[in-house]
Design a protein around this ligand. Structure first.
Ligand code: PNW
Length: 469
């Protein structure tokens, strides 16, 4: 038996655009994701979130399923353009009411709501009229939006996450252009990331000044990072793996824990990396009450000689290659999910230990971890054995990290149900509940039934290989 600490938080997560639907109902205006998904060729089969899982109309049924599972916590995000259709100014009361009702429904079943303020669905008007995350003014808009949320929901919300995965916004939204707003640039990722961090800092400062004492909640940020294992024991490869982690997670976590970007980024990116003002640093340094981590996979990292022909030495999600010169590869023996992300539980343990060592062992939550598979609903059952083993392996690795002193306090499975997987549309299923997109019927997969027992027993019987974790 693997037993978790008392009070460990067992949760599951979703995000607004991926599940809500009702894209133009209830006073909601389009976000950059509505626009992006409606440009032909940007998503699988040109799919979009117009209906998604129709959670906007079915939230009561969904909360009931969460209660059946025994979930202790549910992480969801707020659609900014439901609250402020233009991203600034007027508040849409129907939007406030929707989230208020959802929160009350969760509390009715003793499920603790965790709220993400921004999970990539920027009000479209802020993009077209204000240049989105490239404009320094965005920090003021975000602060005002956050203020509305703290004021409207803070009596019941005690766990706030400002931003979900700014790395993805910067790299996939402004670098590779595969996510909204679809920009392709080698410089804009650094500019957007800078404004994301400034926006986070301002919102946290406001919360601490005007709300935290009275409301007694916690506020933080969620970053994503894969593990990077040195390909060989050569010092160049060990450094390359470290550099890759710093360009991935250090980019966002270093400013928050130390007050500036990693030294290796300053050296390599030079003037293309913006500078923080004294006021920014004051807002950003120390601005997270906990370390939110989304983690999915791992790759081997090797140093690349910039003078050699390095043109095609990129694999997977590495960020801007020319600034790092790190070659990323998978072990052909690793099992893959349908995202082509390798299943490597020990990478999770190593990353948790790396965070413990670099950031002085902060309280940590895994706010997303999970996998996509080719699930089939047959006779009312989804036999997603690989997902059960995925979660079992990653949880066992988490427990090993806890035994090594990592201050991990909770784990949220991504995702509560199958949903709109961004550019990949409905082709990837990450849920522990199966969604039939014709009828919108939800069915707990076998992994959900297993997870229910894990929650009930605060642990599980370990059935995998010790070497995997
Ligand atoms: C996360 N990468 O996205 C998001 O927070 C979720 O909304 C999403 O559904 C989930 O993971 C699965 O993809 C990521 O390329 C998207 O490294 C891409 C990457 C990482 C996370």
């Amino acid at each position: 038996m693997i037993q978790f600490p008392k009070d460990f938080i067992w949760g599951s997560a979703t995000s607004s655009y991926q599940i809500e639907g009702a894209a133009t109902e209830g006073g909601r205006a389009w976000s950059i994701w509505d626009a992006h998904a409606h440009i032909p060729g940007r998503t699988n089969n040109n799919e979009n979130g117009n209906i998604a899982c129709d959670h906007y109309h079915r939230y009561k049924e969904d909360v009931k399923l969460m209660a059946d599972l025994g979930l202790k916590a549910y992480r969801f995000s707020i659609s900014w353009s439901r609250i402020q259709p233009d991203g600034q100014g007027e508040v849409n009361q129907e939007g406030i009411d929707f989230y208020s009702n959802l929160i009350d429904e969760l509390l009715k079943y003793n499920i603790t709501p965790w709220v993400t303020l921004y999970h990539w669905d920027l009000p479209l008007a802020l993009q077209t009229e204000k240049d989105g995350w490239l404009n320094p003014e965005i920090a003021d808009f975000f602060e005002k939006y956050a203020d509305i949320c703290f004021r409207s929901f803070g009596d019941r919300i005690k766990n706030w996450i400002t931003l979900n995965e700014p790395w993805v916004v910067a790299i996939l939204g402004y670098g590779e252009g595969v996510f909204a707003p679809g920009r392709k640039s080698k410089n804009e990722p650094y500019l957007a990331a800078h404004q994301l961090l400034r926006s986070h800092g301002k919102a946290v400062k406001l919360y601490r000044k005007n709300y935290q004492v009275e409301q007694g909640g916690k506020i933080g940020i969620t970053n994503n990072c894969d593990w990077r294992e040195p390909l060989t024991s050569k010092s160049e490869d060990i450094e390359a793996a470290e550099r890759s982690l710093l360009f991935f997670l250090g980019w966002f976590a270093d400013p928050i824990y130390f007050g500036d970007y990693p030294k290796v980024m300053r050296e390599r990116v030079g003037d293309r990396l913006p500078k923080f003002s004294d006021e920014d640093i004051e807002n950003i340094k120390g601005s997270s009450d906990f370390f939110g981590l989304n983690h999915y996979t791992a790759l081997y990292a090797a140093d690349v000689d910039p003078n050699a022909n390095a043109g095609n030495a990129v694999y997977g999600n590495g960020g801007i290659f020319e600034d790092q010169y790190v070659d990323l590869t998978a072990d052909p023996k690793w099992k893959m999910t349908t995202m082509n992300w390798a299943i490597v539980p020990w990478g999770c343990r190593k990353l948790l230990e790396w965070i413990r060592d670099r950031y002085n062992n902060p309280p940590l939550y895994i706010t997303e971890n999970g996998c996509s598979l080719d699930d089939k609903l047959e006779n009312g059952e989804v036999k997603d054995t690989v997902r059960k083993e995925f979660v079992e392996g990653y949880l066992a690795a988490c427990k090993k990290a806890i035994d090594q002193g990592v201050n991990l306090q909770g784990y949220f499975v991504w995702s509560f149900m199958d949903n709109f997987e961004w550019a990949l549309g409905y082709s990837k299923r990450f849920g522990i509940h199966y969604v039939d997109y014709k009828t919108l019927e939800r069915t707990p997969k076998n992994s959900a039934l297993w997870f229910k027992e894990v929650i009930k027993n605060n642990g599980f019987e370990f059935t995998l290989n010790e070497n995997d974790i």
